[in-house]
Write a protein that binds this ligand. Structure first.
Ligand code: PHB
Length: 391
């Protein structure tokens, strides 16, 4: 019997293929996280990364046989040029499989064209102006859009006896989106916006705006400020200028009563009604498990907010896609797998709209109450399956 001859070329080819397969299996899944880790918006990066860490705590640090590697890059604030440079380094030098993070809209908008050029899937974990998902076919959003979380507020207010509202928003894309969505839905229900103001994104002084709102004698002030420190400053000005005492209500998307700072805002928040997609008080087994993992992964002490839950869901989405594709993360295949992806999130059921790559989710109506362990946004009504109304 003769032994079949194998050509040296065939041996080399087989070895190369084997190496390629091994390299694929051994290579980590690299996620370049571009977010705000210092400056006045530093809590955004911390919360989003905290949510990612909660996922890894719960599920281990590899998916589809590949280890997860997170590369953190700090934009230092709303800094489109910095965000772009950082993302460029991540795609060209680090050759990341995903870009992720993005607390602030200007940073997400600056990076979106790069996702297209480099064919690198980009997962937006907070930035919430409507337009972002239209800026690259390689972009999907797991957080929210301002019109999506605002429209239910307008409907709820109109239905609950509020007829005259003064609007105050932060003067950049998410604020303008919130103002437009509120005005459109509220006036369509017969409500009237009796005045409006836009405040600077950087270092706003709310007192004069709040005074003007008071002078217009509305039943409620509609407010959107980016979550965190600005919410504290706004509620302080609202209280100090006596709007609460004058019987003027505060309404808006839930950013102003962000879970991360609610306790610091104290009793003046009691009774504030807002609409949003996540509250740390959401009552479900998934949320209980998430909060436990978040505390274990982040040393306890701080509460996860809506940005943390988006970080967690974004990481879940990446892993689900990796499993579905057996670890082979071709960008077009990744985007196809993301389209229509449905998850049981700590906030409830969510899915990615296959047409827009934007999130579809329940928006809850909540009221600030004091529970056993502090102040919480307690959900009491909901609008299921809400899409961005402009899409
Ligand atoms: C945004 O910049 O898109 C943004 C930031 C903070 C929020 C919501 C939206 O609370």
């Amino acid at each position: 019997m003769s032994i079949p001859r194998i050509s040296p070329r065939a041996v080399l080819l087989a070895a190369a293929l084997l190496c390629a397969r091994q390299a694929l299996a051994e290579d980590p899944i690299k996620i370049g996280m571009v977010a705000e880790f210092s400056g006045p918006f530093a809590a955004y990066g911390k919360q989003i990364h905290g949510g990612i860490k909660a996922y890894l705590q719960q599920n281990g640090d590899s998916c589809a046989g590949r280890k997860i590697e997170i590369l953190l890059k700090d934009t230092t604030g709303p800094s489109p040029e910095v965000a772009k440079r950082l993302a460029q380094d991540l795609v060209t030098q680090d050759k990341v499989d995903f870009l992720a993070g993005f607390g602030l809209t200007p940073n997400a908008l600056a990076v979106a064209p790069l996702a297209t050029q480099a064919k690198t899937p980009m997962i937006v974990m907070n930035a919430a102006s409507s337009i972002i998902t239209t800026r690259s076919p390689y972009l999907a959003r797991v957080s929210m859009t301002l019109p999506q979380v605002t429209m239910p507020m307008a409907l709820w207010a109109a239905k609950n006896g509020i007829k005259k509202v003064y609007s105050i928003v932060s003067d950049y894309a998410p604020g303008l989106d919130a103002e437009a969505a509120f005005t459109k839905s509220f006036t369509a229900q017969g409500g009237e916006v009796v005045g409006s103001a836009r405040v600077p994104l950087k270092n706003p002084d709310f007192a004069p705006f709040v005074q003007r709102a008071k002078d217009a004698k509305p039943q409620a002030v509609f407010i959107f400020v980016p979550a965190g420190e600005q919410g504290i400053a706004f509620v302080k000005a609202f209280t100090e200028r006596g709007l609460r005492e004058a019987g003027i209500k505060l309404i808006g998307p839930g950013d102003v009563v962000d879970d991360d700072v609610l306790e610091a805002m104290g009793d003046p928040t009691l009774g504030i009604i807002t609409t949003h997609h996540y509250s740390a008080a959401h009552d479900s087994p998934e949320n209980a498990a998430f909060k436990k993992a978040y505390a274990a992964a982040n040393g306890g002490g701080s509460r996860p907010n809506f940005m943390a839950v988006a970080g967690y869901d974004g990481m879940t989405a990446i892993c689900e896609v990796a499993k579905k594709l057996k670890g082979k993360l071709d960008a077009d295949a990744v985007m196809a797998a993301l389209k229509g992806l449905a998850l049981k999130s700590p906030r409830g059921e969510i899915h990615i709209d296959p047409e827009t790559r934007d999130i579809v989710q329940t928006v809850y109506v909540r009221k600030v109450e004091r529970l056993k362990d502090g102040l919480y946004n307690v959900e009491f009504d909901k609008f299921p399956d809400v899409k961005d109304p402009g899409k």
